[in-house]
Ligand binder design. Structure first.
Ligand code: GLP
Length: 245
């Protein structure tokens, strides 16, 4: 097991700046990089920083491609809380990533075939060079809830009640998140060449402990990352809490 490298900062702003720099360095070393992208509140300030880098001419996605981790099943196209809408609002519409190369899991039609096609498209690009990841309070990565097999691939999953509650604030008042989603699998995620996991706030400390300071277990899907040799955890001091290392 290789312990991940923890990079701890005093504020969310500093974390966002550091993660954006990491992405800028990846793209400068490999302009045609294949990126695995995440959504969630954690990534809003990070994408804002990325857009600033782009506007200053310090970053280009022109040769890159991206694959998002997950998408809700059953939201009408253009729903404001869909992850496609999130990505358009916070990143895609501001940068030069070609629209045809900005992928999210397809949740229309024959889902099983679309999931296999998603995996094949990632493989055809040579795999993911840098995977950005958040972490759920129950240790989920993407929408791989506790119990997800470490070798799982892109598939349709049911969300836990706690995840539905945690994400309700992303939806218009009175609306609940759908009960299911399509997510890259844990196995898809750990196939990435490098992983950057970001955690902000004290409500993520327990998940980080279960992920990196306990024996790996499918009870905490993020603990699968312990078997990966190249994981960097960016967090604020509140999320790091009393975790050693
Ligand atoms: C969501 C997403 C995850 C994300 C997590 C944490 O359910 N599917 O990819 O990492 O929850 O989100 P947040 O950053 O809002 O805490």
């Amino acid at each position: 097991m290789t312990k991940p490298e923890f990079r701890v900062f005093n504020s969310r702003e500093e974390v966002a700046a550091a993660v954006a720099r990491h992405l800028a360095e990846t793209l400068s070393a490999k302009p045609a990089a294949t990126l695995g992208l995440a959504t969630g509140k954690t990534f809003i300030p990070i994408y804002a920083e990325v857009v600033e880098h782009f506007k200053k001419g310090e970053m280009s996605f022109a040769k890159a491609a991206s694959f998002n981790l997950d998408e809700y099943v059953g939201l009408p196209a253009g729903h404001p809380a869909s992850f496609r809408s999130y990505m358009e609002e916070h990143l895609f519409r501001h940068v030069d990533l070609p629209a045809a190369d900005a992928h999210l899991p397809s949740v229309e039609g024959e889902v099983e075939a679309s999931c296999a096609a998603y995996e094949a498209a990632i493989t055809a690009r040579g795999g993911i060079d840098l995977q950005l990841l958040g972490i759920g309070q129950n240790g989920h990565i993407g929408f791989n809830e506790p119990g997800s097999a470490f070798d799982s691939r892109t598939r349709q999953v049911e969300l836990t009640q706690s995840t539905i509650e945690a994400n309700t604030s992303d939806f218009p008042a009175g609306e609940l998140p759908p009960p299911s989603a399509v997510t890259m699998g844990v196995g898809t995620i750990v196939d990435a060449k490098e992983i950057v996991l970001v955690a902000l706030g004290a409500n993520k400390t327990e998940a980080l402990k279960a992920a990196f300071a306990s024996a790996p277990s499918t009870d905490c899907p993020a603990s699968a990352l312990q078997a990966h040799g190249k994981v960097v955890v960016y967090c604020d001091a509140a999320a790091k809490g009393d975790i050693e290392g």
